[in-house]
Design a protein around this ligand. Sequence first.
Ligand code: ADP
Ligand code: MG
Length: 400
Amino acid sequence: MNLHEYQAKELMARHGVQIPLGYPATSVEEAKTAIEKLFNEGHKRVVIKSQIHAGGRGKGTFKDGFQGGVHLADSINDATAKAESMFGNILVTKQTGEEGKQVNRLLITSAEEIKSEYYVAVLLDRAKGRPIIMASAEGGMNIEEVAKESPEKIFKETIDPDLGLQPYQGRKIAIALGLRGRLIGQCGKLLQCLYETWAECDASMVEVNPMALIENEEGAESVVALDAKMSIDSNAMFRHPDIQAMRDLSEEDPLEVEAGKFDLNYIKLDGNIACLVNGAGLAMSTMDAIKHYGGEPANFLDVGGGASQEQVKAAFEIILSDPAVKAILINIFGGIMNCNTIAEGVVAAAKETDLKLPLIVRLEGNNVEAGRVTLAESGISLITASSLAEAAQKSVEAAK
Ligand code: ADP
Ligand code: MG
């Protein structure tokens, strides 16, 4: 599950990471209150930041031509006008795709005097089986590009999960980033707090881009997190009801949200052959077979080992609500699953939805005879196949 910047910052702040003062807003009214609050507290400039689940906001463009999803403002009127331009508007960035994302929330935060920007992230190194912290002095840049063109500019420290990020490791990274004097200790501490956020929230990734060296009005320097990105391991969500409450369903694919309600593993893809399969491995083989015969799957859908008729029906409805779908391939291997349950679910769903699309079915295993009878006697028109290869081939033809 992904979080908004302001939510990630809140979690980081709870673990001791320094962040600029800021308030989230879900309406122009709330934004105005936050803006006035910051100016009244003595801040001379504020930043208005679009909150969407995608990066590259600063360099993004709104669909109505308004440039930039992150704006500095030096008066209450200026800030309010910018907040008004962003609310409800659709922001297109390198990460949103052409369709963009609607801005329904803003973060109003104090503007800092930036002296340098850095990149830091904590994630899991699957090869090492350990968390790592990654940092670069090329902050604000696209980190994938830095990794490709000048990998020597990225510093990594492997973390022992029993010990956490050690103080010397934090200082080592701070020095590698070019920080000196008192700032080495301060940055090291921030990195330790960032690691603790990652570990205690069961995050799969936390990223601060930029972490910035800033200067206050008295000329004192410090290191703070100016941007924050965080994703939480969904399998650990039951341990974090407070983080669960931060979920923003409007940022997620509506079909995937619907599938989640029925415990179906559904991921929408770009093709036109819908798949309904039991078991993740079989679902992947089915997609491979479709591609092998020149087709494109419209989705990944695993109904699980012991799906009920109700789940099959829900799966069917989800598949059909994707207008790109031109054919449906059902591939079931009945191990725990009873083939007749699937067959009954399919018949019920096909009748209820008045299905017109070609339906290709391959059933095998537990109670398959009863399943075949149910399908044959149902009166719905379908294309049967006895092997995965045949089923895939027939689906590709049918989708044409
Ligand atoms: P994104 O990565 O989505 O473009 P950021 O939060 O990184 O969004 O903002 C883009 C840029 O805006 C940052 O690299 C930084 O230079 C500037 N910026 C962001 N927040 C602040 C702030 N509080 N004060 C001053 N500048 C900021
Ligand atoms: Mg950023």
